[in-house]
Design a binder for this molecule. Structure first.
Ligand SMILES: *[C@@H]1O[C@H](CO)[C@@H](O)[C@H](O)[C@H]1NC(C)=O
Ligand SMILES: *[C@@H]1O[C@H](CO)[C@@H](O)[C@H](O)[C@H]1NC(C)=O
Ligand SMILES: *[C@@H]1O[C@H](CO)[C@@H](O)[C@H](O)[C@H]1NC(C)=O
Ligand SMILES: *[C@@H]1O[C@H](CO)[C@@H](O)[C@H](O)[C@H]1NC(C)=O
Length: 500
């Protein structure tokens, strides 16, 4: 070693000794204060691990959390070996799964305390045999066309387990989602459509959800989860689904496969306090779905209290139109003396689409309707819906009493038409063809439904079998005899005009 090197080595050693000498007391005091801080809140951490339930309010820790913040137990996160991770009280906080008030039909099920881990649902019960068969609840989330065997649910989709298995498979400390969630366990195929989204998924869910007889209004879901749908793939072409959902609940979130996969990557158990699971193929396994060829067929047999849809209708129109708008509810009061304005008949034209009336029949129908208006009987609206904003469309519908249109998506708007003794939907089909879509909506939203085959008409009670394949059903030459439609309107509004 050269002299120079020896010199530098000495300087380095001396500096180090000096540094340690001065700095140690400082580090020691910092370390002990950190340690003290830890000590100080051990008492607070322990109750979080062992005894608090989700939603409990914990006192502020380390000054970073303000009073009132809600802390959820994060057991796995601690690196303190002295904490007892197998505290026996933890197991008690593992509520079993149930179907509240029996709220289930094929394809639509409400669960309390359902668990999700690694993309698999777990229902925990002392007696798992009490749950409905899995295939009545869900299917593999695939398109309906695949062989029905592939659609059958497996242990990857849903498992029924007992408490012992729950502790093994789910761990002790789930992450909690406490507000109402709906999981639409389906592909995008039937979601990108106003009717399928609102008229089947949400309406069907709401019918089953309404079986829950608890005090106070049922909260609208805070969250819709679409596990196998990509961002935006659920939106309909006219882009009505999204805005209407926000109008119903401005804080709603619609989560797609990305968020679902986030949960998988967490490698933690998610506990849903209350969740609705909707699945199309499971609905179609029910005989009532087959009979009507409709996903919501099984929900139509449920006994649901009258007016169950009204709160959604009111909420949506209030939120969308604002309180200052003309009250759309005048006509719904059963005492017709309070009706301030003439009833509105809305004809939703499909003349710009494929499935439409023969042009001359459309013109003759418009003529007949305008003649009725001239008689002072009613006000007639014939909007070009494609040219109106969502808000303008709903505003028109919310003050209508009678809706006329060819079988099609536009008739989904009847969900926002107020129900009354006069409210009516007149659906025009190619003679011989019939589908239950909008008749089910009329029954749900509580309107009288008439089907028209050119110059004949019939009500729900006389409905034939579903017939999708009548020749001309989806063509551009659907006939209608205007006076037949006008006669129904006259007949329906007769009681209204005689009582004013
Ligand atoms: C999680 O799910 C994937 C995909 O189904 C599977 O391959 C994997 O084994 C699962 N992991 C665990 C820990 O269950
Ligand atoms: C997930 O956690 C389990 C234990 O709970 C562990 O066995 C497994 O390896 C973990 N998987 C991943 C992908 O981290
Ligand atoms: C509807 O919009 C289209 C395209 O913007 C326009 O050509 C048409 O004149 C509009 N129709 C009405 C009745 O406003
Ligand atoms: C529709 O009914 C009218 C009135 O009865 C009739 O004149 C017309 O021929 C019918 N149209 C079709 C296509 O049957």
């Amino acid at each position: 070693m050269s002299r120079k090197r020896q010199y530098f080595a000495f300087i380095f050693l001396a500096t180090s000794i000096l540094f340690i000498g001065f700095a140690f007391p400082y580090f020691a005091s910092v370390a002990s204060s950190v340690f003290k801080q830890h000590d100080a809140h051990v008492d607070i951490i322990e109750p979080i691990l062992g005894e608090t339930s989700p939603g409990d309010i914990i006192q502020p820790i380390l000054g970073e959390i303000s009073p009132g913040d809600i802390i959820h137990p994060i057991l796995g996160e601690t690196s303190r070996p002295d904490l007892d991770l197998t505290h026996p009280k933890i197991e008690v906080s593992f509520p079993t799964t149930s179907i509240p008030h029996g709220a289930h039909v094929n394809g639509f099920t409400i669960f309390d305390n359902l668990y999700l881990r690694n993309g698999t649902f777990f229902a925990v019960s002392l007696d798992p045999s009490t749950f409905p068969p899995k295939e009545a609840i869900l299917s593999a989330p695939l398109d309906l066309g695949v062989p029905s065997k592939e659609l059958l649910p497996t242990d990857k989709h849903l498992r029924y387990i007992d408490l012992e298995e729950a502790v093994q498979l789910l761990g002790h400390n789930p992450l909690h989602i406490d507000d109402m969630t709906v999981i639409i366990y389906d592909t995008k195929t039937f979601l990108r459509h106003y009717y399928h989204w609102w008229g089947e998924v949400i309406l069907g869910f709401w019918r089953v959800y309404s079986m829950i007889n608890e005090p106070g209004p049922l909260p609208f879901p805070s969250r819709f989860m679409l596990p196998v749908v990509e961002e935006g793939q659920w939106r309909d072409r006219a882009d009505i689904n999204g805005p209407l959902l926000r109008a119903m609940n401005p804080s709603v979130s619609i989560e797609t496969s990305g968020q679902w996969n986030d949960f998988i990557k967490l490698n933690r158990t998610i506990a849903f306090k209350r969740v609705g699971i909707v699945n199309r193929a499971a609905a179609h396994r029910h005989s009532e779905a087959g009979k009507y060829n409709k996903m919501i067929g099984p929900t139509m047999g449920l006994e649901i209290f009258s007016g169950y849809w009204k709160p959604l209708q009111t909420k949506l129109t209030q939120n969308l139109l604002g309180e200052s708008s003309e009250s759309p509810q005048d006509i719904t009061r059963e005492t017709a003396t309070t009706v301030k304005s003439k009833p509105v008949v809305i004809y939703i034209s499909r003349q710009k689409t494929g499935r439409r009336l023969a042009d001359k029949d459309h013109e003759a129908l418009v003529h007949s309707l305008l003649k009725l208006q001239d008689e002072g009987f009613c006000k007639v609206e014939i909007p070009v819906m494609e040219n109106l904003s969502v808000k303008e469309q709903i505003e028109l519908v919310s003050r209508s009493t009678i809706m006329v249109g060819v079988h099609g998506n536009g008739l989904t708007h009847q969900l926002w038409m107020p129900s009354s003794s006069w409210s009516t939907v007149i659906e025009i089909f190619f003679p011989g063809g019939y589908l239950f879509d909008y008749q089910f909506l009329s029954r749900s939203a509580e309107h009288q439904h008439y089907a028209v085959w050119n110059d004949t008409s019939f009500t729900t009670a006389e409905a034939p079998k579903s017939n999708l394949d009548a020749e001309g059903m989806h063509g551009s030459e659907i006939p209608v005899y205007g006076p037949t439609v006008v006669d129904i309107i006259r007949q329906r509004l007769a009681t209204l005009s005689s009582s004013t």
